[in-house]
Design a protein around this ligand. Structure first.
Ligand SMILES: Cc1cc2nc3c(=O)[nH]c(=O)nc-3n(C[C@H](O)[C@H](O)[C@H](O)COP(=O)(O)OP(=O)(O)OC[C@H]3O[C@@H](n4cnc5c(N)ncnc54)[C@H](O)[C@@H]3O)c2cc1C
Length: 499
């Protein structure tokens, strides 16, 4: 049997986290797997450094996007993957593990539990998923680190870490982060900076499958079952042709759309726009009197909330404000004299006090909340304009301002108030469409429910698109863990069908 699998050649296109999951799974099952994606290292030498000195933007959705290495990487990636974004934050990263090199690593495991259960992964595949991505439960971590304080206070305000996602009521979840607990340095817990404890931050390609350096520009012989599939890979100014029995496309919702829509331009009508789903996102400052952020804390989401208001699903991540403050004093604002003074005052005031008269008492109870709204409220479109270039026009549904800001927001506030979480008035930011960086569903018109390429009633069951681009469903909670599980499920079904 394994002899048969070894002679079957599979290409996984892309090197993001979904490609990593599928390539690891298929190679473990005995298939011969090539993972094809461009590597950033050789390009760094070629691309002009001056081009890469873009200013940081303090109003972006995550402080990670202000990192110098992110900006440098993004500028190189924009040259490799050209796109025009109008009122849309569209990010692709060439580097191995893609966007997950800089992600917030929030797995939202409890909120995604129901959706992942629906994938019907067998026990073996569940274990594979669990072993592939580390999980750190922030609540339990603080419990060990700070003698139960965080947990006690959660209970005082009637919080519970329910593990079932109930669509009709507000639920508070422990944050689950893709962090290796044993790699955490207690004197420098994970924050927005590169950290070897965060999955993806220091990613090295595994050697369980072969990696081929280059960008895939074409797949030939699609729909011609008498000929094997041939992939055309561009590396520098040369092209390599390689033939495969099966192809798994995992270039991310934007990258897979660029590749497939360009390849299929003869059979489909190029120039037509397709929906790109994402979550409208708002940031608010929140005061949580019963939840003191510990002295040693992880500057990523510390707890999450799922709620349904006005038939609209909303998911909230809560980040300690002091982490964001430290990030700004460390990076973009460090040269500004005024902030140096504020930091000094802050350090002086940071002497722990149990009295609300001390400023540190308040700061320790302030969180930045990121609210992600149902992707049905997004209205953004992606178009393949000409060779390799794509255009994205961002937008929210026409009633977003009226429905959310006028009607839903007061209801969200009142639901949170019942849990003793107070959103501070006026300090609010509606982020540009796409700022959540959770994109999906761009290729649902090009794929069938098995995720095979399917256009104009012609299906090629040798090509699978396994990332979020082929999924109609975009969970409201941080969705990547669901898409990793889905990629494993698609690889698993394929593997079973070949036995
Ligand atoms: C700052 C930030 C914070 C985030 N926080 C979270 C979070 O807390 N929780 C969460 O769930 N999600 C989060 N996300 C989103 C998450 O990182 C992405 O959803 C996920 O990494 C997408 O993985 P992917 O494999 O689908 O695609 P990508 O990461 O986009 O990878 C695509 C890969 O394909 C390659 N590629 C593209 N085109 C081609 C081609 N033609 N040929 C060959 N290779 C190609 C690219 O080089 C890239 O390596 C965050 C993202 C960012 C940037």
């Amino acid at each position: 049997m394994s002899l048969l699998l070894n002679v079957m050649n599979i290409a996984v296109i892309g090197s993001g986290v979904t490609a990593f999951a599928a390539a690891s799974y298929l190679s473990k099952k005995g298939f011969s797997v090539d993972c094809i994606a461009p590597r950033i290292e050789p390009m760094k030498k070629e691309i002009d450094k001056v081009y890469c000195s873009e200013n940081s933007n303090k109003f972006l959705s995550s402080p990670k996007l202000n990192r110098a290495d992110f900006i440098y990487s993004k500028n190189i990636s924009d040259k490799v993957f050209p796109k025009e974004c109008k009122d849309f934050t569209g990010i692709e990263i060439v580097d191995s593990i893609g966007l997950a090199r800089y992600w917030g690593a929030n797995l939202a495991k409890y909120a995604l539990n129901e959706s992942i259960n629906k994938l019907n992964l067998c026990n073996e595949d569940r274990n594979f998923l669990e072993n592939l991505i580390p999980t750190l439960n922030v609540n339990e971590f603080y419990q060990e680190l700070n003698n139960n304080k965080y947990v006690q206070n959660l209970k005082k305000s009637s919080f519970s870490s329910n593990k079932n996602y109930n669509q009709t009521s507000l639920e508070i979840f422990d944050a689950t982060l893709a962090i290796w607990k044993n790699k955490c340095n207690l004197d420098s817990l994970p924050d927005e900076r590169k950290n070897e404890a965060i999955f993806g931050s220091n990613f090295l390609m595994p050697n369980s499958y072969q990696s081929i350096n280059g960008r895939v520009v074409d797949i030939m012989n699609i729909f011609d079952k008498n000929k094997s599939l041939v992939i055309k890979v561009k590396f520098k100014n040369t092209f390599i042709l390689k033939s495969y029995d099966y192809i798994f496309v995992a270039c991310g919702a934007i990258g897979s759309y660029r590749l497939i829509s360009n390849i299929c331009k003869d059979t489909s009508s190029l120039g037509i726009s397709h929906k790109i789903k994402h979550h409208p996102m708002i940031s608010r400052l929140a005061f949580v009197p019963n939840l003191e952020c510990p002295k040693k804390y992880i500057s990523m989401s510390n707890f999450d909330i799922a709620m349904t208001v006005n038939k609209c699903n909303i998911y909230l991540n809560f980040y300690p404000l002091k982490g964001l403050f430290n990030s700004y004093t460390r990076n973009s604002l460090k040269s500004k004299y005024i902030f140096k003074i504020i930091k000094k005052i802050y350090i002086l005031l940071n002497i722990k006090s149990d009295s609300p008269l001390s400023i540190s008492w308040w700061i320790d109870r302030l969180y930045i909340s990121s609210l992600y709204f149902d992707s049905d409220l997004s209205s953004s479109y992606i178009t393949s304009s000409k060779d390799n270039l794509i255009t994205i026009n961002g937008g929210f549904r026409a009633d977003f301002q009226k429905l959310i800001l006028r009607n839903t927001m007061p209801m969200i506030k009142s639901k949170l108030k019942n849990k003793k979480i107070f959103l501070i008035p006026f300090i609010s930011k509606i982020h540009k469409p796409g700022s959540d960086l959770h994109y999906s569903s761009t290729l649902i018109n090009y794929t069938n429910k098995e995720s095979n390429l399917s256009i104009n009633k012609k299906t090629d069951s040798r090509i699978f698109t396994i990332d979020s681009s082929s999924s109609e469903y975009l969970p409201t909670a941080n969705p990547t863990y669901y898409f990793i599980a889905r990629a494993i499920k698609l690889a698993s079904d394929f593997s079973t069908s070949k036995r």
